[in-house]
Unconditional design. Structure first.
Length: 329
């Protein structure tokens, strides 16, 4: 049997997405990000931005541009999504018509910004679904930005929606929504990792995601010149808060983010050795280097190998054979 069949026994498996979600708004930056994705492979996603990317009065033309780039041969991995205007915007349904209606088959997902709660998400989902189904793409994945009080309150319910793949924390809008009660320093390091209200919001969103096997995505690092800051933020987001994905707003941020979320080779080797011993023991308990392991820890180490594969890490032969074996039909 395939390891996932043994370890999860028909239960839902945690969703895995590329560790970096790179936002691009202008045509120049969208094309540049597509070229970089072709160079590096699908180790990061791209989100074409209509909410902040479109100039005022140019929303329709921008949406048409997004659709044309999604349908371009440069989108060969089909790992490009689009952030639409929020559902209360006069431009939301236009975005859906022009982007989902014209490029549903090529979209990886759509991002829904600024919902005030689950009712907004459900209303947006209904409009997106109507266009996607008409275009032959039912069940188009949704990513939801958690950046309002209402969305944070409903995070568990939003994460439970089957079509939702990812919740993403919008720190600047969230801090701004407190009207000065949270200082601006909480939008960046170190405040974003220490201010109690921001820490609470991040942890509640992450917990909601993991409760429903969805992907929690960390907010942007606004310092675009210092890769060390990006790497530090990504490392803390992953190691201290349980995020498994993070925004990028500059091409130079992509590699540090991917690296920070990729398991180290020592972890990969340990995972491979433990799982191979487990498989040899028919997935019963084993003792490895004096420590007991059973299916609870096997599931953890299986996720390590899956994340390493997704990041394009060159796995040891034994580990590669383990994760690449076909599942039973």
């Amino acid at each position: 049997m395939h390891p996932s069949e043994v370890l999860f026994q028909g239960q839902r498996q945690p969703l895995l997405l590329p560790a970096c979600d790179h936002y691009a708004g202008s045509e120049k930056l969208m094309r540049k990000s597509m070229a970089l994705q072709q160079e590096l492979g699908p180790v990061f996603d791209i989100t074409f931005d209509c909410e902040d990317g479109a100039a005022a009065g140019n929303e329709a033309a921008h949406a048409r541009l997004v659709a044309s780039l999604l349908n371009d041969e440069g989108n060969r991995f089909k790992r490009i999504g689009a952030r639409l205007h929020d559902v209360s915007s006069e431009h939301f349904e236009q975005d859906v018509e022009l982007i989902v209606g014209a490029a549903a088959q090529q979209l990886a997902y759509v991002v829904l910004p600024k919902p005030n709660g689950i009712d907004d998400v459900l209303r947006a989902q209904q409009i997106v679904d109507a266009a996607a189904e008409k275009a032959g793409r039912p069940g188009l994945p949704l990513h939801v930005l958690i950046e309002t009080h209402g969305a944070l309150h409903d995070a568990y319910a939003i994460a439970a929606l089957p079509q939702v793949e990812c919740l993403s924390f919008g720190i600047m809008d969230f801090v701004s929504a407190h009207h000065g009660a949270i200082p601006a320093s909480a939008m960046r390091t170190p405040g974003q990792f220490t201010h109690p209200l921001v820490v609470r919001a991040k942890l509640e969103m992450v917990a909601a995601c993991h409760a429903h096997d969805k992907v929690p995505s960390h907010n942007v690092t606004t310092d675009i010149k210092d890769s060390a800051v990006v790497a530090n933020d990504a490392t803390r987001a992953a190691g201290e808060f349980g995020f498994t994905r993070m925004w990028s707003i500059h091409p130079d941020q992509i590699k540090p983010i991917v690296k920070a979320f990729t398991p180290r080779m020592s972890e990969v080797n340990e995972a491979s050795n433990i799982l191979l011993e487990a498989m040899a023991a028919d997935w019963g308990p084993i003792s490895h280097l004096g420590r007991l392991h059973d299916r609870a820890s096997y599931r953890y180490y299986w996720a390590v190998l899956q994340r390493a594969k997704l990041a394009g890490l060159a796995l040891p032969d034994a580990a590669a054979a383990l994760v690449n074996q076909p599942e039973s039909i």
